[in-house]
Design a protein around this ligand. Structure first.
Ligand SMILES: [Mg+2]
Length: 109
């Protein structure tokens, strides 16, 4: 069993012990993921990047992954596969010869 599957199973067990599956539809999971992403931003707000509290970064990242994994599970998506597929799209959008050393969006390259 993959580590992602093990983590997702543990998240589902935590959810089911609390009878929270009724709340965990993909829309609300996506909203929760966005809220957690904002909490991650808050860790950096008004600080230099190196001043961020890494313990808080760790916690907010864990929240983000938890919701992302549950959304993927809802749609029976294979996380390594979908990330790999998206990276292939990004390789085409950002060819090395155009994108190397540039922070421009692909539409500006
Ligand atoms: Mg959080």
């Amino acid at each position: 069993m993959s580590e992602i599957k093990q983590v997702t199973d543990a998240l589902h067990a935590f959810r089911d012990e609390r009878d929270w599956a009724q709340f965990h539809n993909p829309k609300d999971l996506a909203i929760a993921l966005s809220v957690e992403a904002s909490e991650l931003l808050e860790v950096f707000l008004w600080k230099k990047p190196e001043e961020a509290d890494v313990a808080r970064v760790k916690e907010e990242l864990a929240d983000i992954f938890a919701f992302a994994f549950q959304i993927a599970a809802h749609y029976q998506l294979d996380i390594p596969q979908i990330v790999s597929e998206k990276m292939e799209k990004n390789r085409l959008k950002y060819p090395v010869e155009k994108a190397k050393g540039s922070a421009k969006k692909y539409t500006e390259l």
